[in-house]
Design a protein around this ligand. Structure first.
Ligand SMILES: Cc1ncc(COP(=O)(O)O)c(C=O)c1O
Length: 462
C-alpha cells in the first residue's frame, strides 16, 4: 500500500497523512515531502516505511487499519450517510425513469407515479399509517411548518393557544416565534434536570383557547424520549390536536402512529439513511378530520396540500430508507445501544465526567457527555478526525450554550463542556475503541495544560 507523506512544519517530522500522530511514532525520520511505501509487518503494531532511498519504522501504538484512523463519523443525529441499498434504488429515477409523476399520460410519467405510490406505501408501513395519510415534503422543517402554521391558520378563529416545550428543536421554536408575532399565544413547558416534561404541567397549561400541542418524540441533543402516548391521550380527551416532531425517533425506535394515537407527525429522509431534501408529514385521517391550510400552493400535488413537481428520486429514497429501517430496526437498535453503553462506561472512567439525561429514557444511539473543565470546542479542535457535536450553538457570531442543556439547568460551563456523540448504522466497535483512546489522551493533555483544572485539583474551585 502507498500512503502520502508530508513534513510537519513545526517539528519537521514526517507525517503519514491519514495516520494521526496519536497512533504513530517515528523511530527514525527523514523530513521531506515524499510518498511512502507502507508494508505491514507480521507484528501488527509495527509498520516499515520507506521514503525515497531511506527507510524507517513507525511504531503503531494500536493495531488499527489506516482507513479507520482517517475519519470517524459520530454525528448521525445531524445527518446520516445514504444507505447504499437506498442509493441503488434511487439512481434509475435520475437517468432512466425521469418522468414527471404528474404526467401520467405516458410511460415515463406512469413509471414515476408508480414509484411515488410505492414509496408512500413504504413510509406508511414503517409508521403503521395509511398511504393517504402521508404528505411528501422537502424535509422535517417543512413538515413542521406545514403542521403548526397549517393548524394555526385554519383554527385560530376557534383558539389561538399552542402548547410546546423549551427543549424543542429550533425548527419548531422558530415557527412558534413567527406565529407569536401573528397573535398566537404559546406556553412553553419546562423540563427537569434530565430533560423530561411533566404531564401535570401540560394538563394545567390547557385552556379553552388551546388548539394544538406540539411536542417532540425524542430530543436531538440528549435523545430523551417524551411520553407521546400519554400526551396523545391528554390531547384527545380535551379535543386538542397533537403534532409530534418525530425526526430523531423514527428509524431508531419503533414508532407507530396507530399505537400512539397522534394527529400529525414529521419525519425526514436524511436522518434515516435516506437522501437530504425529502421528508413527510403524517396527517391522521380518521374520525376527526384535520384541516390544514397548505403552505405551498400550485399544481395541486398531494391533494392540494403541497404543490410542486414531485422529487421522485428523493421520494423513492425516502421510501427505501423507511423499508430498510423497518428491516434493521431491532438488529441496529441492539447493536448501537451496546456500542453506546461501551462508549459511555469508558468515558465515565475519566475524572469529572457525567452523562446529560443519563437517568432518562433515551434513544439508543445518543450520548451527550460532559467532560468538565475542557471546552467541547477545544476538544473537537484537537480531534479533527472525529465528527461529533458540541453543547454550544453558533448564534450571531458567538457561541451560545445549548438551549436544551440550559433548560435542564446545566451551568454554562458544563453546557460548553458537553459533547454529543450520535452513533449510527455504519459505526463499528473498532471506531469506538479508537475514540476512547484518543479522548483519553487529549483530555489528559488539555487538562494538563489547564490552570482551571489545576485550581480544581487543589480544591480552590469546585
Ligand atoms: C428534532 C429535529 N427536528 C427537526 C429537524 C429538521 O430536519 P430537516 O433537516 O429535515 O429539516 C431536525 C434536524 O436536525 C431535528 O433534529
Amino acid at each position: 500500500m502507498v500512503i502520502p507523506c508530508s513534513t510537519d512544519r513545526r517539528t519537521q517530522e514526517p507525517v503519514a497523512s491519514g495516520l494521526s500522530r496519536e497512533f504513530t511514532r517515528f523511530i527514525d525520520s527523514t523530513p521531506r515531502e515524499q510518498t511512502v511505501n507502507y508494508e505491514r509487518q507480521q507484528n501488527e503494531s509495527v509498520a516499515k516505511v520507506a521514503v525515497g532511498k531511506s527507510s524507517f519504522v513507525y511504531i503503531i501504538k494500536k493495531p488499527i487499519s489506516l482507513v479507520m484512523a482517517i475519519q470517524i463519523y459520530l454525528d448521525n443525529n445531524a445527518t446520516t450517510a445514504v444507505d447504499p441499498q437506498v442509493l441503488e434504488e434511487m439512481l434509475p429515477y435520475f437517468t432512466t425513469h425521469y418522468g414527471n409523476a404528474s404526467s401520467t399520460n405516458h410511460v415515463f410519467g406512469k413509471k414515476a407515479s408508480a414509484a411515488v405510490v410505492r414509496a408512500r406505501e413504504r413510509v406508511a408501513d414503517l409508521l403503521e399509517a395509511k398511504e393517504e395519510e402521508i404528505v411528501f415534503t422537502s424535509g422535517a422543517t417543512e413538515s413542521i411548518n406545514m403542521a403548526i402554521k397549517g393548524v394555526f391558520e385554519r383554527y385560530q378563529s376557534i383558539g389561538n393557544h399552542i402548547i410546546s416545550c423549551v427543549s424543542e428543536h429550533k425548527s419548531v421554536l422558530d415557527v412558534l416565534r413567527a406565529l407569536e408575532k401573528k397573535g398566537a399565544k404559546v406556553t412553553y413547558l419546562s423540563v427537569d434536570k434530565d430533560g423530561n416534561i411533566d404531564l401535570n404541567e401540560l394538563e394545567e397549561a390547557i385552556t379553552d383557547e388551546t388548539v394544538l400541542i406540539s411536542l417532540m418524540f425524542a430530543n436531538n441533543e440528549t435523545g430523551v424520549i417524551h411520553p407521546v402516548k400519554e400526551i396523545a391521550e391528554i390531547a384527545r380527551d380535551k379535543n386538542i390536536l397533537f403534532f409530534c416532531d418525530a425526526t430523531q425517533a423514527i428509524g431508531k425506535i419503533p414508532v407507530s402512529v396507530k399505537e400512539i394515537g397522534v394527529d400529525m407527525m414529521a419525519l425526514s429522509g436524511h436522518k434515516i439513511y435516506g437522501p437530504k431534501g425529502v421528508g413527510a408529514l403524517y396527517v391522521r385521517k380518521k374520525s376527526r378530520k384535520i384541516q390544514l391550510e397548505p403552505l405551498v400552493h400550485g399544481g395541486g400535488q398531494e391533494k392540494g396540500m403541497r404543490g410542486g413537481t414531485y422529487n421522485v428520486p428523493g421520494i423513492v429514497g425516502l421510501g427505501a430508507a423507511c423499508e430498510r429501517c423497518k428491516e434493521l430496526l431491532k438488529k441496529d437498535g441492539k447493536r448501537i445501544a451496546k456500542l453506546r453503553s461501551y462508549l459511555e462506561s469508558a468515558l465515565l472512567n475519566i475524572d469529572e465526567t457525567f452523562v446529560n439525561s443519563g437517568d432518562a429514557k433515551r434513544l439508543p444511539n445518543v450520548s451527550n457527555i460532559v467532560i468538565r473543565f475542557i471546552k467541547a470546542e477545544q476538544l473537537m479542535a484537537n480531534l479533527k478526525n472525529v465528527a461529533m457535536s458540541s453543547g454550544s450553538a453558533c448564534a450571531t457570531g458567538s457561541l451560545d450554550p445549548s438551549h436544551v442543556l440550559m433548560a435542564m439547568g446545566l451551568d454554562k460551563e458544563d453546557a460548553h463542556s458537553s459533547l454529543r456523540f450520535s452513533l449510527g448504522r455504519f459505526n463499528t466497535e473498532a471506531e469506538i475503541d479508537l475514540l476512547i483512546d484518543m479522548l483519553n489522551q487529549k483530555v489528559t493533555k488539555l487538562r494538563g495544560e489547564s490552570p482551571v483544572w489545576e485550581l480544581f485539583k487543589k480544591g480552590v474551585i469546585t
